[in-house]
Design a binder for this molecule. Structure first.
Ligand code: PEP
Ligand code: MG
Length: 573
C-alpha cells in the first residue's frame, strides 16, 4: 500500500527513485570501564584509518565536482585525524582511565572543541572547532558501526530526504544523481527551495514528517508541481506521476520556443524579465532561459562557498564574469546578505532568538565596513565590463541607505584617485523588503535609482510569519490586499520620481501574481531562470490596461487573498 504525504510544492518536475536519508544518525554510547586498553587503542586506530580513507575519497570527489577551493575543507579534516596531539591524548585517556575508545574520543575532542569555541573573536579557531566536531562524528560512527550519510558520494539516482537542507547542503547535491529532495520543514521562499528551482531539482518541502515515514531505499514518487510524495507507489501511481512529468516536459518545450523573443504584452508593452542567480555558474541556465538581464545576484553565496572571506580579486573575477557573461545586459548585484538562514562558518555571528530580525545583510556591512569596502571596490572595478547596478539589501531607514551610499562614493573616489577605471553610469538602488522602507518609498524614491521588491522578506515581515516555518506558511500570502497595497505604493512612488521598480522576490515568477503585478505597473520581474519562459508566455497573452483594472479591483474590492485569486482566475482564462 502506498502512502501519500502532502507538502509545499517548492520546485517543478517529478522524480521516481529510491530514498536516500540525509539525517543525523544516532551516535549515542555509554561510558564503560575496559581493562584491555590495547584492544581499545586498536579499535580507535582502525576507526581513524577508515575515517581517513573515507575523507580522502570525499575530498577527491569534492575536488572533481566542486573544485579545489571547496575540497580544502576536507584537508583540514585530514589534518585533525593525523594530529598526534589529539590522537595521543585519546590513547592516553584510554590507558590511564581504562575507558572505552568512544568515551575517550568524546572526552578529549569535547575538551579541544570547548577550548577553541571559547576563543570567540578568533574565526580560525572557531573553524578548527567545527572541523574537530565533524571528524569526531565520523570516527564515532565507525567505532559504533553506524552509517553516516555522505551526500557527496551518492552515485545512483535517489530522492534525498532530510529534516531540512541548508543552502550549502543544497549546493552540494549532484544533479546527475539527486532527482528530487523532500524535507520536513521549510517554505517556498526558504533558500534551499529557491536553489532547487535554479538547479532544476524537483522539490517538496514542509512535509512535517517525511524523515519519520521513509526508510533508506524506499521507493518514492515525487511530484514537485503538486507538492506530493508517494511512498511505495503502485504501478498505476507511478504511471500517473510519469504522465505529469511528460505533460510538464511538453509545456516546457512550448515555452522554450520563446527563448529569443522579447517580452511583449498583448497590447505591445515591453516588460523586462530578468533572472536571479547565486553564482557565475548559474549563467548557463540564465542564457538558456532567455533572460533579459540579472535582477538579483545574491553575492553572499560567494562568501558561503569559500572557507574564508573572498578577497577583492576573487570577487572582482566573479563580478566581471557575470557582467561579461551577460554581454551588456543589466546586472543587479546585491551586496552581501548574510544572516537569516545564510551562515558563514568563518564569521561566527552571535546566536540570536530571531535571526531573520537580527544582525543581517546591510546591518553587518555597515559595522564590518572593511568587508563591505572590499566588496564595493571589487564591484566598482568590475563595472567597466558591463551594465552594473548595485543594490543594498535589508534597508529599513534612509540613514542606512545614505551611509551605504556614502561608503560607496568614498571607495569610488579612492579608486579614481588610484587611476582605476570605474563606470560612470552605475545605478544604485535598494531592496524593498522591510515594511518601514515600503511605507516611505516616496521618500526613498527621491534618493535611489531603483527599487527591487524582495517579497520573500517583505511578506514575512508584513505578516509577521517566519518564511522558514511551515506551520505559518499559510500566511505567505502574496495576493493579500495588504501586500498589494504596499506594492502599489512602492511602484507608484518610484514612477512619481521617474525611477523604475522591479521585483526579485519569488512572487515575481508566481503565475497568479504576474497579472496583478503587470496591472500595478511593475517594470522588471526577476525570478528563478526556470520560471522566465513560462512567464513570458503568460505575459504575451495579457493586456496591461485590463490587468490594471484587475489590480484596482483586487486592491479596492477584495477582502482576502482567496477573493483575489478568484478574481485573477476570472480575468485570466
Ligand atoms: C529576494 C529576496 O531576498 P532573499 O530571498 O535573498 O532574502 C527577498 O527577500 O525577497
Ligand atoms: Mg531578502
Amino acid at each position: 500500500m502506498s502512502e501519500m504525504l502532502k507538502g509545499i510544492a517548492a520546485s517543478d518536475g517529478v522524480a521516481i527513485a529510491k530514498a536516500y536519508l540525509l539525517i543525523e544518525p544516532d551516535l549515542s554510547f555509554t561510558k564503560q570501564t575496559v581493562e584491555d586498553s590495547e584492544g581499545e587503542i586498536t579499535r580507535l586506530k582502525q576507526a581513524l584509518a577508515t575515517s581517513t580513507e573515507e575523507i580522502q575519497k570525499i575530498r577527491d570527489k569534492a575536488a572533481e565536482t566542486l573544485g579545489e577551493a571547496e575540497a580544502q575543507v576536507f584537508d583540514a579534516h585530514l589534518m585533525v585525524l593525523s594530529d598526534p596531539e589529539l590522537t595521543g591524548a585519546i590513547e592516553t585517556n584510554i590507558t590511564d582511565n581504562k575507558v572505552n575508545a568512544e568515551s575517550a574520543l568524546k572526552e578529549v575532542t569535547d575538551m579541544f572543541i570547548g577550548l577553541f569555541e571559547a576563543m570567540e573573536d578568533n574565526p580560525y579557531m572557531q573553524e578548527r572547532a567545527a572541523d574537530i566536531k565533524d571528524v569526531t562524528k565520523r570516527v564515532l560512527s565507525h567505532l559504533l558501526n553506524v552509517k553516516l550519510p555522505n551526500p557527496s558520494m551518492i552515485n545512483e539516482e535517489v530522492v534525498v530526504i532530510a529534516h531540512d537542507l541548508t543552502p550549502s547542503d543544497t549546493a552540494q547535491l549532484d544533479r546527475r544523481y539527486v532527482k528530487a529532495f523532500v524535507t520536513n520543514i521549510g517554505g517556498r521562499t526558504s533558500h534551499s527551495a529557491i536553489m532547487a528551482r535554479s538547479l532544476e531539482i524537483p522539490a517538496v518541502v514542509g512535509t512535517k514528517s517525511i524523515t519519520k515515514i521513509v526508510k533508506d531505499g524506499d521507493m518514492l514518487a515525487v511530484d514537485g508541481i503538486a507538492g506530493e510524495v508517494l511512498v511505495h507507489p503502485t504501478e498505476d501511481e507511478i504511471a500517473k506521476v510519469k504522465k505529469v512529468g511528460e505533460d510538464f516536459a511538453k509545456l516546457k518545450a512550448e515555452w522554450d520556443k520563446l527563448k529569443d523573443a522579447a517580452t511583449v504584452t498583448a497590447d505591445g508593452k515591453h516588460l523586462e524579465l530578468a533572472a536571479n542567480i547565486g553564482t557565475p555558474k548559474d549563467l548557463e541556465g540564465v542564457n538558456n532561459n532567455g533572460a533579459e538581464g540579472i535582477g538579483l545576484y545574491r553575492t553572499e553565496f560567494l562568501y558561503m562557498d569559500s572557507s574564508e572571506l573572498p578577497t577583492e580579486d576573487d570577487q572582482f573575477e566573479a563580478y566581471k564574469a557575470v557582467l561579461e557573461g551577460m554581454s551588456g545586459k543589466p546586472v543587479v548585484v546585491r551586496t552581501m546578505d548574510i544572516g537569516g538562514d545564510k551562515e558563514l562558518p568563518y564569521l561566527p555571528l552571535p546566536h540570536e532568538m530571531n535571526p531573520f530580525l537580527g544582525y543581517r545583510a546591510l546591518r553587518i556591512s555597515l559595522v564590518e565596513d572593511g568587508i563591505f569596502r572590499t566588496q564595493l571596490r571589487a564591484l566598482l572595478r568590475a563595472s567597466v565590463y558591463g551594465q552594473l547596478r548595485i543594490m543594498f539589501p535589508m534597508v529599513a531607514t534612509l540613514v542606512e541607505f545614505r551611509s551605504a551610499k556614502a561608503i560607496l562614493e568614498e571607495e569610488k573616489a579612492k579608486l579614481i584617485d588610484e587611476g582605476v577605471k570605474v563606470a560612470d553610469d552605475i545605478q544604485v538602488g535598494i531592496m524593498i523588503e522591510i515594511p518601514a522602507a515600503a511605507v516611505i518609498a516616496d521618500k526613498f524614491a527621491k534618493e535611489v535609482d531603483f527599487f527591487s521588491v524582495g517579497t520573500n522578506d517583505l511578506i514575512q515581515y508584513t505578516m509577521a510569519a517566519d518564511r522558514m516555518n511551515e506551520r505559518v506558511s499559510y500566511l505567505y500570502q502574496p495576493y493579500n490586499p495588504s501586500i498589494l497595497r504596499l506594492l502599489k505604493h512602492v511602484i507608484d512612488s518610484a514612477h512619481a520620481e521617474g525611477k523604475w521598480a522591479g521585483m526579485c522576490g519569488e512572487m515575481a515568477g508566481d503565475q497568479t501574481a504576474v497579472p496583478l503585478l503587470m496591472g500595478l505597473g511593475l517594470d522588471e520581474f526577476s525570478m528563478s531562470a526556470t520560471s522566465i519562459l513560462k512567464t513570458r508566455s503568460l505575459m504575451k497573452r495579457l493586456d496591461t490596461s485590463k490587468m490594471a483594472e484587475l489590480a484596482d479591483k483586487a486592491i479596492n474590492d477584495c477582502d482576502t487573498a482567496d477573493e483575489v485569486v478568484a478574481l485573477v482566475n476570472e480575468y485570466v482564462k
